[in-house]
Structures are given as structure tokens and as C-alpha cells.
Design a protein. Structure first.
Length: 221
């Protein structure tokens, strides 16, 4: 989370979570994305109000106001934007509408897939509000991209055709619970390192090299 204040970590992680699901674009992912972006807005505001004044540009708020704003973040944003001389970048009525769609997903009886327009609105609102509250508008997209890139799981290892040939020639088929599997398939699934070590060992034998050349020539023909 480079160039972002450490106290913004909580809402930022929600943004990363929401963005990751949004990019998957499956029905389930779109529902989770809507909920997470909306949650990010609420958590960003709650976190901001809980900060020491020095962590929020020395802005002071009455305790009674804070307690009221925690229950209505639209009011909180109105006041905050007025103090900063800023305007709503995302139409407030649009944010409320997107929030209502989220409530249908989370609390209501409707579990349909959110429209892409809803997701576009809630994403823009979540990033804009986070950027305003934590003075991070100019680095947020870059930080989000970096977090998505570094949080992506590594690509799963792939099977090697030559290893499969060598292992299957050596061990053939194996029956498990009445089902026959290639030995290479089972070994790869159980222990990828052992699969590769055995594949390398068997591929180095003269007979394996000769057989591979024969099979390659047959494939080309």
C-alpha cells in the first residue's frame, strides 16, 4: 500500500477485495464486489472519524456530531465537502441508489446479479470518498493496481508432456477406487516436486530419449 497512510489500511483492503472480485466478473463476484465497495465507503468514514485530528489535517469535530455522522454518512460527507469547498463528484442520489442495491444483496430477498452500471457507480464513489478522506486521490489508482498485481496468486505449475510420457511408460495406469488414472496424472496432483524429479530422471535414460524422438517424428507426420 505504497504512498498511503497506514491508518487507511482497513478501507483500502476492502477496495482491493472489491476490485479483485469486480475483475473476475462472474455473477457471484459481482455481488461480492458491490457489497465490498459499499462497505469500503462506510469503513473509510468510520476510520476517518476515529482518527486523531493530526491524522486528518487537524480537523476538529464535536463528539456529538461524530456520533450522529456515524449513523448517516451522507450527512458526514456533506459537511466534509463543505469544509473543503468541494462538490460531490458522484451524484449523491446515485450513491444512495447503489447503496440500496447493496442492501438488497446483503439484507433483502433479491440475490440477482448487480448491473454493471451499479458497480461502476459504487466503485467510483468508493475510490473518490477514500481519496478525499485520506488525501490519496492522486495515488489511489496506482496503489490499487499494485495491490491487485502483488496479491494475485501465482500461476499453477503446468505438466510437461515429456515427463508425462516417461512416467506413464514406466508406471502405466493406476486404479484408484475403481477408476483408472495415468501415473503421471496422480503423481502431479499429489506431489509436483516428485513429479518433476521423476520426470527428469526418466527422461535422461537412453530409451526414453529414443522413444521421445520417435513419438515427435510421428506427431510431425
Amino acid at each position: 500500500m505504497s504512498n498511503l497512510p497506514p491508518w487507511a489500511n482497513g478501507p483500502f483492503e476492502l477496495l482491493v477485495h472489491a476490485e479483485g472480485h469486480l475483475r473476475n466478473d462472474e455473477d457471484f463476484d459481482r455481488r461480492i464486489s458491490l457489497i465490498s465497495f459499499d462497505n469500503a465507503i462506510e469503513v473509510a468514514i468510520t476510520t476517518y472519524l476515529s482518527l486523531h485530528p493530526i491524522q486528518r489535517g487537524n480537523r476538529q469535530y464535536e463528539k456529538s456530531d461524530v456520533e450522529k455522522w456515524l449513523h448517516n454518512y451522507y450527512t458526514r460527507l456533506d459537511r466534509e465537502l463543505d469544509r473543503r469547498g468541494a462538490c460531490w463528484r458522484v451524484e449523491k442520489s446515485h450513491i444512495i441508489w447503489a447503496h440500496q442495491q447493496r442492501n438488497e444483496q446483503y439484507h433483502g430477498g433479491s440475490k440477482g446479479t448487480p448491473e454493471k452500471q451499479v458497480l461502476a457507480i459504487i466503485r467510483e464513489a468508493a475510490l473518490w470518498i477514500f481519496g478525499v478522506l485520506f488525501d490519496a486521490g492522486n495515488v489511489l489508482e496506482e496503489a490499487l493496481e499494485e495491490a491487485i498485481r502483488t496479491s494475485s496468486p501465482p500461476m499453477p505449475p503446468e505438466r510437461e508432456k515429456s515427463y508425462d510420457r516417461a512416467i506413464d511408460r514406466e508406471y502405466g495406469m493406476i486404479d484408484v477406487a475403481g477408476v483408472s488414472y495415468y501415473a503421471s496424472e496422480i503423481l502431479f496432483a499429489v506431489d509436483d516436486i516428485a513429479y518433476r524429479e521423476e520426470g527428469v530422471r526418466l527422461c535422461d535414460t537412453p530409451s526414453a530419449i529414443e522413444d521421445d524422438l520417435t513419438e515427435d517424428n510421428n506427431d510431425e507426420q
